[in-house]
Design a protein around this ligand. Sequence first.
Ligand SMILES: *[C@@H]1O[C@H](CO)[C@@H](O)[C@H](O)[C@H]1NC(C)=O
Ligand SMILES: *[C@@H]1O[C@H](CO)[C@@H](O)[C@H](O)[C@H]1NC(C)=O
Ligand SMILES: *[C@@H]1O[C@H](CO)[C@@H](O)[C@H](O)[C@H]1NC(C)=O
Ligand SMILES: *[C@@H]1O[C@H](CO)[C@@H](O)[C@H](O)[C@H]1NC(C)=O
Ligand SMILES: *[C@@H]1O[C@H](CO)[C@@H](O)[C@H](O)[C@H]1NC(C)=O
Ligand SMILES: *[C@@H]1O[C@H](CO)[C@@H](O)[C@H](O)[C@H]1NC(C)=O
Ligand SMILES: [Cu+2]
Length: 636
Amino acid sequence: MYAPIAVLAATLVGSAHAETPGQPLVSNAPLGQFQIVGDSMASAQQMFLGTLDKVYIVDKTERNPTQINGHPAWAAEYSISKNDGRAMDIVTNSFCAGGSVLGNGTWLNVGGNQGVTYGGLTAVNQDGGAPYDDPDGGKSVRLLNPCDDDSCTWVMDTPLTTRRWYPSLETLEDGSIIIIGGCEWGGFVNDQYQTNPTYEFFPPNPAVGLTNSPLLENTLPANLYPLTWLLPSGNLLMQSNWDTSLLDYKTRTETQISQMTHAVRVYPASAGTAMLPLTPANNYTATILFCGGSNIQPDGWDTNWDIAQYPASDSCVTITPDVSTNYVDDDPLPEVRSMGNLIYLPNGKLLCLNGAGTGVAGYGNNTWAIGQSYADNPVLDPIIYDPSAPAGQKWSRQGLSASTIPRMYHSSATLLPDGSVLVSGSNPNADYNVGADVKFPTEYRVEKFYPLYYNEARPEPKGLPNQLSYGGPYFNVSLTNQDLGGNVNAVANTSVVVIRTGFSTHTMNMGMRYVQLDASYTGNSDGSATLHVSQLPPNPAVLAPGPALLFVVVNGVPSVGVQVMVGTGQIETQPTKANVALPASNIAKQNSTSSSSSSGHDGSGKSSAAVQTLPFSGSQVNTIALVAALLIALVC
Ligand SMILES: *[C@@H]1O[C@H](CO)[C@@H](O)[C@H](O)[C@H]1NC(C)=O
Ligand SMILES: *[C@@H]1O[C@H](CO)[C@@H](O)[C@H](O)[C@H]1NC(C)=O
Ligand SMILES: *[C@@H]1O[C@H](CO)[C@@H](O)[C@H](O)[C@H]1NC(C)=O
Ligand SMILES: *[C@@H]1O[C@H](CO)[C@@H](O)[C@H](O)[C@H]1NC(C)=O
Ligand SMILES: *[C@@H]1O[C@H](CO)[C@@H](O)[C@H](O)[C@H]1NC(C)=O
Ligand SMILES: *[C@@H]1O[C@H](CO)[C@@H](O)[C@H](O)[C@H]1NC(C)=O
Ligand SMILES: [Cu+2]
């Protein structure tokens, strides 16, 4: 059975509901700013949120000062509430591994490099031993069941049959994972002698084994960490070097589509990438955004020139692959950027942070490198992308302040349940390297970024489920008048969203996804309201099974996220059902006392505006809501 649900259920005395979310841990946070909050112990090359309180950090083998089992630690668990960590043993060299979460809640970390010694040089002994005791990780499969009681450890599973350094992972409709690409022995970019242009599945499917990918075969040398998303159609969008393919992994056939425009987006050019929110308004149609990267042709990846000073790209493009196979220009970044990571906020906007204005990912002992870094001119300013803003107005930095810490190659970031963003890592060095003379040292400082909503009183919705199905009956969530900021009309500007925060590494958050649930509402005469919330669409390709966060967002202010299990909690074909139709939205006539108390926030203009931006479809719903809004306006 699924352990995390059992644990949740036990703490909830058999309730089918998640706990009611409370207020954030931090009060009076510095809004729009970064705050240094702790030490990551291992440098955060890879990072993911595993429980509501625990973030897991995975590094490459190196001389991190933190020790475990008599050798340096290259993994750690970080407590968000305590801002301290616990060293973990991940056993083999997890250098540039990939990761994702299975449909049963177990996290998977795959691949890596050979064992190394000081300076990142290949160790003679590949079975462990001094100095770092890091067996070869090239075929490693590592599993973790995240925990809140300090008991969990990384467990080695049966190794892969081929070596994978820089593989991409994506969770599929049944909660299994596809493992794609990589190289055998590493390096800055790939080459024909060591490329692994194949994909396979976990749990392993011996009947299928390895399948060659024409896209990966044709996109040397920049075909590492191919950018991959499961689309609602069930196909995978794969983007590598300048090429793009749709992969039907069920029949294992690929179709090549448009060439990427303006810039290379994959590692080492390292654009920020994300699938934009899947919403009822866009009928759960996926659009993928690519921002920044570097305009380098396939013959430009030799390191005989000063890549570190080569300006990155400011271009952004989108593609909506289930509808059109063409890339479309989007609002450019306000400044050029490589390694600018895109992170979802619960309000549906994307925070872009980390990265550099010149150069690319990677490091080496080149004369032109900055220390060893292949990038320079850190971009410290965060910016926010609003997918719903009109063209020309999608990027904003209003109210946002710069970080003080360059986050170069090997940095990472993840959304936290309280709606802040955890940022750590940066280590464009072969081994632990610190000191006043090191411009881009091995970085352990953990920062939190506080979005502008952070200090607002958070809604505390009651009745959130701890499991979501693919279709079936809707559920009701109640909001008090206080949750609605004293104005029942705010329920018309409320959304319920599911976010998978993903596995952050190399400017990707593998598996990161934002899905808004369909909903309608009943505003009560006492100023409280009930949301009627649909389950996920009856299609696991919209959001693969596995754990995720659930938020209720009122006027752009998110509740503190609770954990939900999407699907059955098992790796299996997920049951689907039609969604039960939602009741029509309605706001009851308010008591004169309660309406006068909310009239300060209210007004006919705002009420009708709210109606026009309802996150629900159906003209009937709108008409009823409009009538209700007019009634309220009259009362006021
Ligand atoms: C999830 O499935 C994997 C693969 O079968 C297995 O190794 C792991 O133990 C499972 N996790 C749980 C919590 O059952
Ligand atoms: C690069 O230089 C560093 C520092 O001198 C050294 O530790 C490392 O072994 C060198 N790497 C290679 C591949 O030569
Ligand atoms: C929305 O998508 C579903 C599933 O792809 C499709 O059946 C339906 O026709 C679409 N609806 C609209 C209004 O486009
Ligand atoms: C949800 O609310 C609707 C409308 O008030 C009601 O008809 C329905 O019974 C409620 N459902 C549940 C599961 O409470
Ligand atoms: C509003 O009116 C209803 C029905 O008369 C009553 O139950 C409720 O207590 C009233 N609420 C307030 C805030 O006055
Ligand atoms: C909904 O909330 C957002 C975020 O605060 C705000 O920008 C927008 O104006 C609101 N819409 C309405 C109709 O009140
Ligand atoms: Cu790397």
